[in-house]
Design a protein around this ligand. Structure first.
Ligand code: ACO
Length: 382
């Protein structure tokens, strides 16, 4: 309760890539891509970094730049008032500093505590849940401290910036038609504010399902050129079904012996068993949606707008059917952006706010799934 979204924004790179353009790169067609996924085009970050995109989305959410949605359009959010920044990404510009730290510096947020969160494509739901729970706990700590006449024991957290930013197309094998048609780049951001006594987050549900069949993986680009100790780096993959299943394609080590006929070592591409992910996703979305409704004591008809992870329109249609609601209840934005992983739900949420689909008092559901395998949902009162 009490955690409100007071701003929301998204950012896209300039370069637009249509299905027809992809058909000139791999053996595919606009007809195949649209009928199997609903995706018509996507944006590819050529000149933009993940930081650039995240900054643009965040500035729109903060009201520092036009193009975002804010509950109080007249007033931009003071950067000094942001206590926390959580960034969800699997394709940040650097491992260290974290993407959140880069955004903090670029946005000029003097007092924000910053960290990254990786829950793959379910990142937005996880990030929103973690940030809102931190604000809620902080409010409880403030109340307790005041009641006991003592100073608070922890950093007070009243406002949080939650950002998803992805330059996912750098993790895509552009010769693999089964994956390269699915993904795109972009960023989404929200500003959360704790408002005592007002309804906010009503319920949440997060689940990790062990990926025992190894249906989805992105390797890590370890550079072994200076590693003097030998030994099979692949040993690290023994614990992962995805590593075992996809072998060299998942265990990416730059500087190792080149793949047969290749010019360099393996690269960290997204490798995926599409139909298996499809099956997992369809069920996981419905399960998470039902769980948050039950936890909040609401029915699906009480929910004004459902904002799902934008991976595939057929997955969203399946979830709608399982939940017994029309597709019109869902915000579907993927036709023009594809799957932007940890950015996708917040980008779609920005679309929903900007289209006027969400009004004060409405119940809104965010629901997602991703590699890991992660899934979850969050229900809030706007
Ligand atoms: N163009 C033309 N044909 C293609 C293409 C393409 N781009 N890609 C695959 N095909 C072919 C396959 O080779 C196969 O041919 P075959 O029958 O001769 O072997 C045929 O199309 C059917 O392939 P399937 O993989 O069975 O196709 P499906 O209908 O399952 O659609 C898709 C594939 C779109 C990937 C679907 O399975 C899907 O959306 N899965 C979920 C993916 C997803 O959501 N991923 C995101 C995960 S989130 C994260 O954390 C990254």
């Amino acid at each position: 309760m009490g955690c409100k979204i007071i701003g929301c924004g998204k950012a896209l790179p300039e370069r637009r890539v249509t299905n027809d353009e992809l058909a000139s790169l791999v053996d595919t067609s606009d007809e195949w891509i649209v009928s199997r996924t609903g995706i018509r085009e996507r944006r590819i970050a050529v000149g933009e970094t993940a930081t650039d995109l995240g900054v643009m989305a965040a500035r729109r959410a903060l009201g520092a730049e036009e193009g975002g949605w804010r509950s109080d359009a007249a007033e931009a959010v003071d950067p000094a008032s942001i206590d926390l920044i959580v960034c969800m990404t699997i394709s940040g510009d650097t491992v260290v500093p974290s993407q959140a730290a880069m955004l903090k510096a670029a946005l000029g947020l003097p007092s924000a505590v910053a960290f990254d969160l990786n829950a793959a494509c379910a990142g937005c739901v996880y990030g929103m849940d973690v940030a809102s729970q931190m604000l809620e706990l902080s409010a409880a700590e403030q109340r307790a401290a005041a009641a006991e006449g003592r100073p608070p024991r922890r950093n007070p957290l009243r406002r949080a910036l939650v950002v998803g930013t992805e330059r996912l197309t750098r993790l895509v094998d552009w010769t693999d038609r089964a994956t390269c048609v699915l993904f795109g780049d972009g960023a989404g951001a929200v500003v959360l504010e704790w408002r005592e006594g007002e309804p906010g987050v009503l319920s949440s549900f997060l689940r990790n399902t062990d990926d025992l069949d190894g249906v989805l993986a992105v390797g890590n680009a370890f550079d072994m050129t200076t590693f003097p100790f030998g030994g099979p780096v692949e040993a690290a993959g023994a614990h992962s079904a995805a590593m075992a299943r996809f072998g060299d394609r998942a265990v990416a080590t730059l500087g190792e012996a080149p793949a047969e006929g290749g010019e360099g070592g393996a690269s960290p591409f997204i490798v995926m068993d599409g139909p298996a992910v499809f099956k997992f996703a369809s069920n996981a979305m419905a399960e998470a949606a039902c769980a948050v409704l039950e936890r909040a004591g609401l029915a699906i008809d009480d929910v004004k707008c459902i904002v799902p992870h934008q991976a595939n329109e057929r997955i969203i249609k399946y979830a709608a059917k399982k939940l017994g609601v029309g597709l019109d209840r869902f915000q579907v934005s993927l036709a023009s952006v594809g799957n932007t992983s940890a950015s996708s739900v917040l980008m779609a949420l920005a679309d929903a706010y900007l289209a006027g689909r969400i009004e004060p008092g409405d119940a809104v559901m965010l629901v997602g799934f991703g590699g890991g395998l992660t899934s979850g949902a969050l229900l809030y009162r706007a």
